[in-house]
Design a protein around this ligand. Structure first.
Ligand code: C2G
Length: 152
């Protein structure tokens, strides 16, 4: 039984996350995912839209994920590898080289990051839509105001 582990925030789950998790799950028989807690996210300089509980529930629902654990600090990986009998630690290539120290505990793989999609970009486009619709509504109200003025 070959067990794989990875870690991440997984906020606003998107195809980049799915693509990574599915590739990792194909490397072994079981995939364990450490989802970053809200408190650890703050240490990572991230504020996710979905809470830890929501993000954990969403990741757990994926067919390719067998177990979700909490990721609450940077130091837990080596302990987790022993605790869960991990054979492979994997993560996206944006972390290339950052976890080579785990090679003394298990195999370490970096899989290519899916281009042109990120939670940060999704959040930006969502906020842009908000401001665009506010602009449209404002334009509409201005037009009505102009119309009212001509009637007066
Ligand atoms: N990812 C990807 N392609 C994307 C976006 C993300 O392959 N377009 C991968 C990342 O490389 C990471 C995983 O999806 O392996 C989760 O990404 P994030 O939720 O952004 O997590 P991150 O902030 O990288 O946290 O201790 C490790 C950290 O918790 C990793």
């Amino acid at each position: 039984m070959k067990i794989v582990i990875t870690y991440g925030t997984f906020d606003l789950l998107h195809v980049g996350h799915i693509h990574l998790l599915e590739r990792l799950s194909r490397l072994g028989d079981r995939l364990v995912v450490g989802v970053s807690t809200d408190e650890f996210n703050e240490q990572k300089g991230k504020r996710s839209l979905y809470s830890f509980e929501e993000r954990s529930k969403i990741v757990s629902a994926l067919k390719c994920v067998d177990q979700v654990i909490a990721e609450s600090d940077w130091q837990q990986k080596a302990t987790d590898i022993e605790k869960y009998n991990i054979d492979i630690f994997g993560i996206g290539s944006d972390w290339q080289g950052k976890f080579d120290h785990l090679k003394e505990h298990c195999e370490v793989v970096y899989l290519s990051r899916t281009p042109n999609i990120s939670t940060t970009d999704l959040k930006k486009s969502l906020s842009r839509i908000d401001s665009e619709s506010i602009q449209m509504i404002k334009q509409g109200l201005d037009n009505v105001l102009e119309l009212v003025k001509t009637i007066e």
